[in-house]
Design a protein around this ligand. Sequence first.
Ligand code: GTP
Ligand code: MG
Length: 422
Amino acid sequence: MNFLSKNKTTDFRILILGGTGAGKSTFINQLANYFLGGTLDNLKIVIPSKFHRKVTEKKYKNKHSEHAIDNEAESQTKKCQNYTFKDKENPSNKFIFIDTPGLNDTEGAERDDINIKEILDLIYQFDSLSSIIIIANGTEARVTSSMKNIFNRLANSIPDVLINKNLILVLTKCQRAGAPFSIENFEQVIAKPKEVFYMDNRAFCTNPQIWEEDLEEREMIQLKWNISNRTMEKILESIKCMTATSINSFSYMKTLRDNIKKEICKITQNMAMIQKIKDKSQEVQSSLNEIETRQTVFETSNGDYTTSTYTTSIPFNHLKEKDKKAQFQIADRQHKNVTSEIENYEIAIEKLEFEIRSKYNNIQKFHKDLHSICFRFNVIDELQATIENLEQSARNITNIDKRKKAEDKIEILKIIHKELSN
Ligand SMILES: Nc1nc2c(ncn2[C@@H]2O[C@H](COP(=O)(O)OP(=O)(O)OP(=O)(O)O)[C@@H](O)[C@H]2O)c(=O)[nH]1
Ligand SMILES: [Mg+2]
């Protein structure tokens, strides 16, 4: 079933997501065999793995970013990578699958942040995205925390329309009958997929020496191979039926997100500036107290200055009358200068506070706009996550000054978080 006019060329861009080791890269190998006419005796390898260490297709050589092929605990795919295949029915159409690194792996949260950023930077470069395929291990009953983690963090940056209408779930390492994976749980925790497919891409995951020699084993692998190919065909049909979501909504989301970031950054700067001004103002205030004390008032017959009972380190009573008057005038001048300095500080603080108010209003407005495109987006949760990350990093800073600076920033962000939560 071809829903597209033969004359029109279309690029289908499909983002593959999933936890570490779910089978994303293996899925792409299976896909490559579907497109390139691979067979069990002539496997096409575009991404190397434990049993197939060499890429057989010239076009895909040096493309992959697999590392530590023998270490299953570590994410093997290190970078996002596009794999482009021509549509069998209409070769001017292209399917561009994007393999991504698995998140929440043994390399820690910072690595995940880099991966999330990389995935987002990549999709923001496209003009449209046709589908998101989530690959999950069908033998696991529930959505893993890594899956939840990836999805929640990415879904904040993906328009609802793409998740509601163009999400495909592929369960690997299993077959439809008896797969323990709970779709209900997936729908509750992640989202309702448009379609669910099952496959066991075992040809890439077992030692070929064994099934080459063992007839029964080979029959079983062949059967799974055929099912995988038919499933691929259905997946591609499903993708073709999906309307691509224009990247305009992505770039608009990105603009709004960047705007929020800028406003938070400006508020942070203004708050830091206010603190500095307050410190300075306090210093000046204490010098004002000192001047006021010194501005001890003299009373004279002509009444242009008055006397006080106060005595300072300057022994006023021993000064000549004209010197007393000079002292008074110096103190008086200083008093005026310092008072106006304090007033200027107050004006500056007021101006900065006014700016902060308007930044908070802007954030609310951007947040509302973002929320209408992506209901999962929540600036408060994101800020909370940023604060937690910063707190974790701050704990590892050994330099006292740098640590204090980081802690001050965290305090400011906490204030912003509180303000936005109200
Ligand atoms: N039996 C079986 N094993 C699979 C299947 N898909 C993947 N595997 C195995 O699962 C492990 C991980 O597969 P990958 O394809 O590298 O997983 P990935 O999602 O790309 O992992 P990262 O790149 O590390 O995030 C490998 O040992 C594969 O051989 C499948 O459908 N059936
Ligand atoms: Mg991989």
